[in-house]
Design a protein around this ligand. Structure first.
Ligand code: PLP
Length: 405
């Protein structure tokens, strides 16, 4: 974000510039102007219900089907394979609940998945299905070898592994996992909510059977998502009512949001290379700056080698020195907030709660170190100047908090 707010202090002798730096793009992104423009007619004059037969209804239906075709084209899929949902959470729910009910078999996932998967797995466990949760050996992602070992003698019909972790950014090797699953007659679902903006999500190249996406992580609107469902994959509906979305998702379509989703995904595909390059430069600069200013005080949890993580996420912790108490992570975030830097401790859904990140705990951190986590997630609008300000401010706050301990 490029906003600088000038405030006058003590009769305007000194204009103090407070920079505002939004570094929480893994939680949500600002709406792209192009996306808003595409949505506008359907938020105002074109308000028809896509199921109505009159002209306004037909206009809405055309817009929904046109968006479906455009989303399918971005993913290398067929329009009939695209199910519009209310977001990533519903897409994950539909994939897991709808998938296991159709298969009548168990499901396997990772301990570092988003709550939208973990809580849904808990729910299908209550329904009586076999569920298995693997704790990844490496930086939050399950490897093929681990998956192989975990599947031995287990009756699993569906594997769900996220494409990139939303807290630490680690990538899962989805194409090789898809090959392995298919060789064992198992379907693969991936939550690609965090990779949609910067990765090629061609479903043939990935080899997935089910894939979840969310609009608001790619500069689109909140409250809209997509579940890709490979042709021939049976899925039981989880909400009942009308026969929208080929009977896979009942409910009046959110036409404006669906159009916004398609526009946002197209923008992401069109600008993928430049966005990715920009994010890589910013993250590299951030890492170098933090290492130079904070050195041994921080540990980086995001794997930084090429191809190991998404370029927009950097997760750090402040491990306490032997005999010292851990820093208060929430206080650090509040201090950053007061300096105009908006970051989070991890998943937006769990921030505000006192519990430390389940991802960092699964990665082997103890509760007190996990509670010091800061996730800085970058976006297309961030600048090098903002990163410099963040590095200096974070170091300043850390030193101040050390003195107060
Ligand atoms: N999956 C992942 C990996 C996420 O990061 C999020 C949001 O934080 C979700 C699912 C949920 O998506 P939504 O906010 O669209 O429900």
């Amino acid at each position: 974000m490029n906003t600088s707010v000038g405030t006058s202090v003590g009769g305007a002798e000194r204009a103090q510039m407070l920079m505002q730096v939004y570094l929480d793009h893994a939680a949500t992104t600002p709406l792209d102007a192009v996306v808003l423009e595409a949505m506008m007619p359907h938020l105002t004059t074109s308000y028809g219900n896509a199921s109505s037969v009159h002209a306004l209804g037909r206009k809405a239906r055309f817009a929904v089907e046109d968006s479906r075709e455009r989303v399918a084209a971005c993913l290398g899929a067929e329009p009939s394979e695209i199910v519009f949902t209310s977001g990533g959470t519903e897409a994950d729910n539909l994939a897991i609940k709808g998938g296991v009910s159709a298969l009548q078999k168990g499901v396997l996932t990772s301990a570092t998945e988003h709550e939208a998967i973990l809580k849904t797995i808990e729910a299908v466990h209550q329904w009586g299905y076999e569920t298995h949760i693997v704790t990844p050996a490496h930086a939050g992602a399950v490897s093929l070898a681990q998956l192989n070992a975990a599947l031995q003698s287990r009756s699993v019909g569906l594997v769900s592994l996220m494409h990139a972790n939303n807290e630490v950014g680690t990538l899962t090797r989805i194409p090789e996992i898809a090959q392995f699953c298919h060789a064992h007659g198992i379907l693969l679902h991936t939550d690609a909510v965090q990779t949609a903006g910067t990765f090629d999500l061609n479903v043939e190249a990935l080899g997935v059977d089910l894939m979840s996406l969310s609009g608001h992580k790619i500069y689109g609107p909140k409250g809209v998502g997509v579940l890709y469902v490979r042709g021939g994959v049976d899925l039981k509906a989880i909400a009942h009512g009308g026969s929208q979305e080929r009977k896979r998702r009942a409910g009046t379509e959110n036409v404006a949001a669906i159009i916004g989703f398609a526009a946002a995904l197209e923008q992401a595909v069109q600008h993928r290379e430049e966005r990715t390059a920009h994010l890589k430069v910013l993250r590299h600069h951030l890492v170098e700056g933090l290492q130079a200013t904070l050195g041994e005080a921080i540990r980086i949890n995001t794997p930084l080698d090429e191809g190991e993580s998404v370029p927009h996420i950097l997760n750090i912790v402040f491990p306490p020195k032997p005999g010292e108490s851990a820093m208060d992570g929430e206080m650090l975030l509040l201090n950053l907030d007061m300096e105009g830097i908006y970051a989070s401790s991890g998943s937006a859904c769990t921030s505000g709660a006192i519990e430390p990140s389940h991802v960092l705990l699964a990665m082997g951190y103890n509760v007190s170190t996990a509670a010091t986590a800061v996730r800085l997630s970058l976006g297309k609008g961030n600048t090098v100047e903002e990163i410099d300000y963040t590095i200096d401010t974070l170091a300043k706050i850390y030193r101040r908090m050390q003195l107060l301990k």
